[in-house]
Design a protein around this ligand. Sequence first.
Ligand code: GLU
Length: 487
Amino acid sequence: MPETKPVRVRFAPSPTGYLHVGGARTAIYNYLFAKATGGTFYLRIEDTDRKRYNEEALHDLLRDLKWLGLLWDEGPECGGDKGPYFQSERLDIYAREIQKLLDSGDAYYCFCTEERLQEVRAEQEKSGAPVTGYDRHCRGISREEAETRIQAGEKAVIRFKVPEDGVTIFDDLIRGTIEYQNALLDDLVLIKRDKFPTYHFASVVDDHLMETSHVLRGDEWISSTPKHVLLYKAFGWDPPMWCHLPVILAAGGGKLSKRKGAASVGDFRDLGYLPESLVNFLALLGWNPGDDREVMSIQEMIDSFTLERINPKAVSFDEKKLQWMNGQHLRLAPTSLLAERLKKDLADIGVAVSNYSETYFEKVTEMLKPRIHFLQDLAAMAMFFFKAPGNFDEKGQKKNWGEGSRGIAQAVRNALQTTEPFTAAAIENAFQTLAQTRECKLGDLVGAVRLAVSGTTAGPGLWEIFETLGKEESLRRIAFAEPLMQE
Ligand code: GLU
């Protein structure tokens, strides 16, 4: 195939269920490859299996792809000049194309009933036949006889006449040369009884007519590829470049499935992952940018994406790593965006958010940003900035409010009383001076009052907390907690 052919790649999901992260990764690689090469990324909906078609799945699929930021250049909603992009709207095209294979003798009508096929299978299994599958019973029926029977009302499927011997060879850009013995391939069905094409037939016809330059898909399709290659040959068409992506395993081995935890894009969204984290994480499951960068924006990934750096080895899905990555992306996200989410979450749990300024929200967010792994952590962590703690961490009380702590709290309160301006730097100074005069450790002072103002023992810097709460509120909180401290 000429090297100069423009890159046109597709994501071709069947809308039968949720968008699995494996599917999302396929979409991501297609998207990155198209953007990296100035090519086209199109979306084709493979909805020819009418029994498994699910309207809601289609809706969710489009929503999830958009959420991930994988906007397609051609496809549903936006259209394009190689459409229609729903296979169910292309039946006339498949009807036209199948005629070519019937005419050339590469396809034939098969009248075998489901019962007969079952009997054949059972027989093959019983006798331990090395090759199971269709026994090519109808392969010898002439076109004329077949058409007469069809006109008389008999139902038939159309099968592909796979060569009985020889090998089919194709190059996979990631895995190298792959060979299949034709004798092991079945005479697969191309058109079903309901006149709908099978996946194999529709996919080959569409990839050709839609001018797909590269097929990047999950490795579970690799055994379908020799069939596709033979179909291209029968049509006299050039096949696209093949690129089968590495399998994604669950952390403990085996397939990644709902049973083992979150597996769909929607699951991860509900858990509070940012789309940019999920895209970054999935892109690195099988690909690397050629250096040790891990946290990358979509543009950075586009800039360094090449197919050569996709590794064929199976990869395992490490959710811990995804969590870490989400934390990293949260730190990179604009504070105003996170502050907005904080405001919404607090409003949802009844906080009178209108009492606080935008600056206050942003200040709190800025402080907590380095400490969160998930967006939804923000509200719980920020709560004490909006509501004085009514109860205090018990372990923390034992540790920090022992003998002498009340005196410490009172001394801190006195020192803060005269601290002007009430800024983090001045507050820190006041603490340093107090520690010197009392000849105690700074940590002792901090421990006792941190619990009083925030209700917990861990959190952002205490000086910033004081500054944000303001003098009056800070002093009030310390005074409120003092009776709980030992003298
Ligand atoms: N419709 C197939 C799927 O659901 C597409 C396979 C392919 O990319 O050829 O994954």
